[in-house]
Design a protein around this ligand. Structure first.
Ligand code: ZN
Length: 114
């Protein structure tokens, strides 16, 4: 970019970084545009920052939800195993008792037959 520019309105020379001619106030478009683009970049950077923050909190809450879900699944599995194993143990013991009872009855009845 040129260091100095001539005003398109009054022809005065002024630094190219000026947005307006310091003498007549006519807007110098390249500088004005550059400032506008710079502001847009600031807004975009700010928006990106907000988005990154939002993403981080979303990931945090998602991890929390997954942890809770896993904990619930583990608890259900443990409860399910307990509910399946304990009655089986009980019924297995009962089956053995029934079998012994049956065997005793059977041997008694066979003895009776004999
Ligand atoms: Zn001017």
């Amino acid at each position: 970019m040129k260091e100095y520019v001539n005003c398109t309105s009054c022809g005065a020379q002024f630094p190219a970084k000026e947005i307006r001619c310091p003498y007549c106030g006519t807007a110098y478009e390249p500088a004005a545009e550059e400032e506008y683009v710079g502001k847009l970049e600031d807004v975009r950077t700010e928006l990106d920052q907000h988005k990154t923050d939002a993403d981080k909190s979303t990931v945090k809450s998602l991890v929390r939800v997954i942890l809770i879900f896993v904990a619930v699944v583990v608890i259900l599995l443990v409860l399910g195993l307990a509910a399946n194993i304990l009655p089986n143990l009980g019924s297995r013991a009962r089956q053995r008792e029934n079998k012994e009872e049956f065997m005793q009855k059977y041997s008694v009845s066979t003895e009776e037959e004999n």
